[in-house]
Design a protein around this ligand. Structure first.
Ligand code: GRF
Length: 189
């Protein structure tokens, strides 16, 4: 069955575009049916406009609480008949309302080898800890932040002379590889 994927993004949207590419080149079967952004004019929104993918703005600042935002997201994804949702750089904590609407079908991408370096600025945390291996994790979303079941991970070396930007770039190349794999795994149940 072709997959109808929903994507949530707050920032540049490179993972969103990598997913669109996989559908268009045939390594995933289906389409990105809806992108949701919470920041007007973010990179993800501009990519959606260029790629011709339907998108909606759901600005968290206009909602009284997290639950109301998530309720609006669930409604949007249901209206778009979405089967599975990816948080591709969604910089908000989500609630059981969204998690419960897509059981085992809500995926997050995080720039560390979980369970190391949960939370904000995982790349900075890895550099500060002095690790020699960093990486990224695609995982199912649970109520505890960055703690759900791991689907796919990729490791990259931390090179001498790396700074935040260079290590982030190396990790992002791998994010774009593993996120479509995680989508395929979750879609197969
Ligand atoms: C990625 O590094 C992801 O791991 C983190 O947010 C970043 C999003 O990047 N959660 P992009 O917007 O997909 O380019």
């Amino acid at each position: 069955m072709p997959l109808r994927l929903g994507v949530m993004a707050s920032g540049a949207g490179s993972n969103f575009e990598a997913l669109v590419d996989c559908f268009r080149h045939g390594s995933l079967c289906g389409e990105v049916a809806l992108l949701v952004v919470n920041n007007r004019d973010c990179g993800a929104q501009r990519r959606a406009e260029q790629l011709g993918i339907p998108w909606e703005l759901h600005d968290h600042r206009l909602q009284p609480n997290r639950e109301q935002l998530d309720q609006a997201l669930v409604q949007a994804f249901r209206t778009a008949s979405v089967d599975l949702v990816v948080m591709a750089g969604w910089m908000r904590v989500v609630t059981p309302i969204l998690i419960g609407a897509f059981p085992n079908r809500l995926i997050n991408i995080h720039p560390s080898l979980l369970p190391s370096f949960r939370g904000l600025d995982a790349v900075g945390q890895a550099l500060a800890a002095g690790v020699t291996l960093a990486g990224c994790t695609a995982h199912l979303v649970s109520e505890e932040v960055d703690a759900g079941r791991i689907l796919v991970q990729a490791a990259v070396p931390v090179l001498s002379g790396d700074d935040h930007a260079s290590l982030s770039r190396r990790i992002q190349v791998q994010e774009h590889r593993i996120l479509p794999l995680a989508v395929a795994l979750a879609a197969q149940g």
